[in-house]
Design a protein around this ligand. Sequence first.
Ligand SMILES: [Zn+2]
Length: 304
Amino acid sequence: MNTKRLIFIGVMLVIIGVGVRFLSPELSAPLQQTDKPMVAVSTFTLYEASSVITGDTLNIFPIVPLGSDAHMFSPTPVQVAKISNAVFFIYNGAGFETWAKSIENTLPKTVKVIDMSGHVTLLREQDDGAYDPHYWLDIDNMITMTQTLENEFSKRFPQNAKLYHSNAIAYIAKLQRLKSDYTAGLKECKNRTLISNHDAFGYLAHANNLQNVSIIGLSSDEQPSAKIIAEVIARVKEHGITTIFFEEMINDNVAQTIARETGAKAQPLQPLENISEDELKSHQTYESIMRANLAKLTQAMECR
Ligand SMILES: [Zn+2]
């Protein structure tokens, strides 16, 4: 084969290589960050707690893209390949990620899999007994998640155990202050009924002795029946409820309709299933978002 031809083929290969790196960021990103062990996590709360505990010692990879509806997500083959290169695959469980179990069975033994729902206190739905997966909204569960993550990371990387412990302790102290502000803020309220779009706030309501009413079920893709809509409208009128809460990353048409019908206000409440690009850019955290939620709740429920 003559030299000219060889040079031509060589140049073509370089061009293709560069093209792949820039055209598919998923393919390019891992290459740069693989010097640190990777931890693949499914939800924002697992992402934040893992990042806070480990500082910059590990590469925490959020599987569900920012701003997307976590209920509707399913991973691409590239993302699944990335998870199989991780040292941990940590997911929420309790039915939140329909895809997690199928991935779990395909992963190499080098990936330690943690289903966090096995470590926290779960609530079941009254009607069908299904587990409610939104357990991170009970601050006690968020503390347990942090302790579980600290233990797992310290076992795997004992050289960092001291750092992980002091980071976890500082984070838990913040969560405990947040919890006492919730307890104080929601202690005396004119009405204690929380009406939301999808059934994401059961744990928050249970932890703070509130009545939890949702228009659609546990998952964002369910459609409410006319009967349920009528019941919610009647309840709003009967109890003089001033606010219907909806989630910004999820379809809120029905919540808006009920608000119009009843004269109540429709207001976003963040269930922290995921956060948006803007929220990340403005350095929003579990604590700051939960505090914003608390301010909205105390106002809507006329708490003293
Ligand atoms: Zn949800």
